[in-house]
Design a binder for this molecule. Structure first.
Ligand SMILES: [Zn+2]
Length: 172
């Protein structure tokens, strides 16, 4: 009996993992669709925060140019909304999904917010805070276990960013 229960739990875990993976792809597709609109003014980055039940509790897009705000990164805007909605600053059971690897500022904020999982598409070798330049999830200043899932729809995410930069250069 004990064995069966164990097996069932194991299957359930695998199933949950599959659902999570599909969920990440679903959200990433949503983010990439949004990026055409965001990309008219800003570098097209959008972040979505989901709770343990897969519900969206926060959303943000890059607003640095629009608001002349150096802190106006998608992840920070999504974090503010999520903490306002949940009335909590801790996010151990939540996940954030974003098309580009969070920068060091956002990565540090996500560590402070105790974000459970960070899921991103393309890595950022110039500014990335989860491995691109430094990995803050693994740094001694991080006091909680954080899971990083990299490379969800990676090529699509990369293409969006490089196309945007190409367009910007052509406009100048
Ligand atoms: Zn950032």
């Amino acid at each position: 009996m004990k064995k069966v229960c164990h097996k069932m739990n194991h299957n359930k875990i695998i199933q949950n993992k599959k659902i999570a993976q599909l969920d990440y792809i679903k959200w990433m597709k949503f983010i990439l669709r949004r990026s055409d609109e965001v990309g008219k003014v800003e570098l097209p980055i959008t972040a979505v925060i989901i709770d343990e039940n897969g519900r969206c509790i926060g959303r943000g897009s890059n607003k640095r140019e629009t608001n002349n705000d150096p802190l106006g990164h998608a992840e920070l805007i999504a974090l503010r909304q999520a903490s306002w909605i949940t009335n909590d600053w801790r996010f151990n059971k939540c996940s954030i999904i974003v098309n580009l690897e969070p920068c060091t500022m956002c990565a540090a904020a996500l560590v402070q917010a105790r974000m459970g999982k960070v899921i991103y598409g393309a890595e950022d070798l110039k500014r990335g805070g989860f491995g691109g330049t430094i990995d803050l999830s693994d740094h001694k200043s991080a006091h909680h276990k954080m899971f990083i899932i990299r490379g969800i729809l990676e090529q699509d995410c990369k293409n969006k960013i490089t196309t945007w930069f190409k367009k910007l250069r052509n406009q100048k």
